[in-house]
Design a protein around this ligand. Structure first.
Ligand code: GRF
Length: 210
């Protein structure tokens, strides 16, 4: 890999639909970066098949392979750092990451969360949105800080909650928006187009360079 080309590492645990959206945008829009590796904490994650379909090397590091969370995260950092990534992308990676890990990738670590943060941080966001009776729900892309789901917000997308929505129908509507906003945010991060001031993030347009 020539180092003038940016490098992205994507962490997954599940289906990998966001990985697919990012890989597709990266190829179709000819980003000045490529996905160097996909790492899953589950050997059975369907997203590993998505990585293979895009010709991206997939690696597995399961928590059971390491005695402690610290040891696991050290191992994960070694795998990631082998690719000297400009962006580390959490795409449905279902593990809370410790402060040491998060600080190591400060400014390079990005996540998509299926709610309009700061509403519904944590798990089961669609069920909780339905229970709370909100009329609008959505997705948030944010930079990752040690406090879970609380980092500076890069972008958000809003969807209506319909009277006949189920958890599944609401999830599908939100996911469609994740696939729209997450690739654009990852591209901006890897191209050095995010300007962060406290909790506020400005995304410069594609023609603006580092
Ligand atoms: C997405 O809803 C994302 O917001 C959440 O986990 C899910 C991952 O889906 N963090 P996929 O594996 O990208 O299909």
């Amino acid at each position: 890999m020539s180092k003038s080309q940016g490098s992205i590492v994507v962490l997954i645990s599940g289906a990998g639909s966001n990985l697919h959206a990012i890989a597709q945008a990266c190829a179709e829009q000819r980003w000045s970066a490529r996905i160097a590796a996909v790492i899953s904490n589950r050997a059975d994650a369907p997203g590993l098949g998505v990585a293979a379909a895009h010709g991206i090397p997939g690696l597995v590091l399961e928590a059971a392979e390491r005695p402690t969370r610290e040891a696991y995260e050290q191992g994960l950092m070694r795998l990631i750092d082998a690719h000297a990534p400009d962006a580390v992308v959490l795409a449905g990676f279902m593990r809370v990451l410790g402060a040491g890990f998060v600080e190591h990738y400060s400014g390079r670590l990005i996540n998509v969360h299926p709610s309009l943060l700061p509403a519904f941080a944590g798990l089961h966001t669609h069920r909780r949105a339905l229970e709370a009776g909100v009329k609008w729900h959505g997705a948030t892309v944010h930079l990752v800080t040690p406090e879970v789901d609380a980092g500076p917000i890069v972008d958000q997308a809003v969807v209506p909650v319909l009277d006949d929505d189920t958890e599944a129908s609401l999830r599908a509507r939100v996911l469609e928006q994740e696939h729209r906003i997450y690739p654009a945010a990852v591209r901006a991060l890897v191209e050095g187009r995010l300007r962060v001031q406290g909790q506020r993030v400005r995304m410069l347009p594609p023609e603006a360079s580092r």
